[in-house]
Design a protein around this ligand. Structure first.
Ligand code: BTN
Length: 340
């Protein structure tokens, strides 16, 4: 952000809830009142709520919630994620696609790509991700974990834990994970993570971790085909949330957890993932990428993030990809015919 505008903003931010005299600002910054007014008008166009009064001056009522790089970086508690290259599109097909191109061209770990709107937002397994303008968080982060391709699932699950925990801290909602990387509230889908990888046979060159989150989406805005399954933070709480703040919390949480993953592997993160998913011990049905279905009980999640499934005949399988559905266990009729 250019000098004068940035200084006006920090002036206003340093007096939260208080009017700041226009005369004082002009004097201290050495700009004319009309130059000041021009910059205030420009800030308003960017989404800042600034009240003006000829007697009292200016009052910052609302900080812009569009993805402005200086707002994202202001107060961002990370060392590298979001501190270097931050690319923001008002509209793009898919932030993951843009981030993959940057990563393939050598972009550093911690680079992020954001969009206000995606026209071809991608979900897992070739699905699309509903990405309306201004109501969601669409963020792709470039990572270079330097691990073998088989360990990539651990990174995705690490990101899912960071997303869930940062959202729980911010909203107090009972957010749960569904393997491998769905974020659910009350059984409905709030968000998801799509990781795309560029790798050699034996090592990952880059990973793009794409988070999609339904933030301020009102129920009537979801398309009918997902309206019954999807939810948003607005729908769950009746409140709107700052997407910038949610992004900052997620990046800070993920940077911490990713450092643990790099130092000690996925095992220390796995315990929290299991808690948030609550899937161990449950009967599930899995549809693999080829459409084949299997059912069984989840006996564990291993250190690479794979589900360990025991089939009805005691056969053990490792599930590394697919769609999981919980199987309702039939209610047992107790003596006297009452349902337990
Ligand atoms: C899922 O299917 O649950 C994963 C959805 C991931 C969507 C996000 S939005 C930001 C990034 N860009 C994309 O095109 N997809 C991911």
């Amino acid at each position: 952000m250019a000098g004068t505008k940035a200084r006006i903003l920090s002036f206003l931010k340093s007096s939260p809830g208080r009017w700041v005299s226009g005369e004082q600002m002009s004097r201290e910054m050495g700009v004319t009142r009309s130059a000041l007014w021009k910059q205030i008008a420009s800030l308003r166009r960017e989404g800042y709520g600034i009240e003006a009064s000829s007697r009292r001056g200016y009052l910052l009522r609302k900080v812009a919630d569009s993805f402005l790089v200086h707002e994202i970086q202001d107060g961002l508690a990370t060392r590298s994620f979001g501190k270097g290259r931050v690319v923001v599109f008002p509209e793009t097909d898919s932030t993951n696609q843009r981030a993959k191109e940057l990563a393939a061209g050598g972009a550093a770990e911690g680079t992020i790509v954001l969009a206000e709107k995606q026209t071809r937002g991608r979900g897992r397994r070739g699905r699309s991700w509903f990405s309306p303008p201004g109501e969601g968080l669409y963020c792709s982060l470039v990572l270079r974990p330097g691990v073998a391709p088989a360990e990539g699932t651990g990174v995705t699950l690490t990101a899912a834990v960071a997303a869930a925990d940062s959202l729980i801290a911010e909203t107090s909602l009972p957010i749960r994970l569904k393997w491998p990387n769905d974020l659910l509230v009350h059984g409905r889908k709030l968000g998801g993570i799509l990781t795309e990888v560029g790798a050699d046979m034996d090592v990952i060159d880059y990973m793009v971790v794409g988070l999609g989150l339904n933030v301020n989406v009102p129920p009537q805005n979801f398309p009918p085909e997902i309206a019954q399954r999807a939810t948003s933070l607005l729908m769950e709480t009746g409140r709107t949330f700052s997407r910038v703040r949610l992004l900052q919390g997620y990046l800070a949480g993920l940077e911490r957890l990713y450092a643990t993953f790099r130092d000690k592997g996925f095992a220390p993160v796995l315990g929290r993932w299991k808690e948030l998913a609550g899937v161990v011990g449950k009967e599930i049905r899995v549809e693999d990428p080829a459409g084949k279905q299997m059912t069984g009980k989840v006996t564990d999640v291993d250190v690479s993030g794979a589900l360990i499934l025991r089939g009805a005949r005691g056969d053990i399988r490792r599930i590394v990809s697919g769609d999981v559905t919980l199987v309702e266990t039939p209610k047992v009729l107790a003596a006297g015919g009452k349902r337990r």
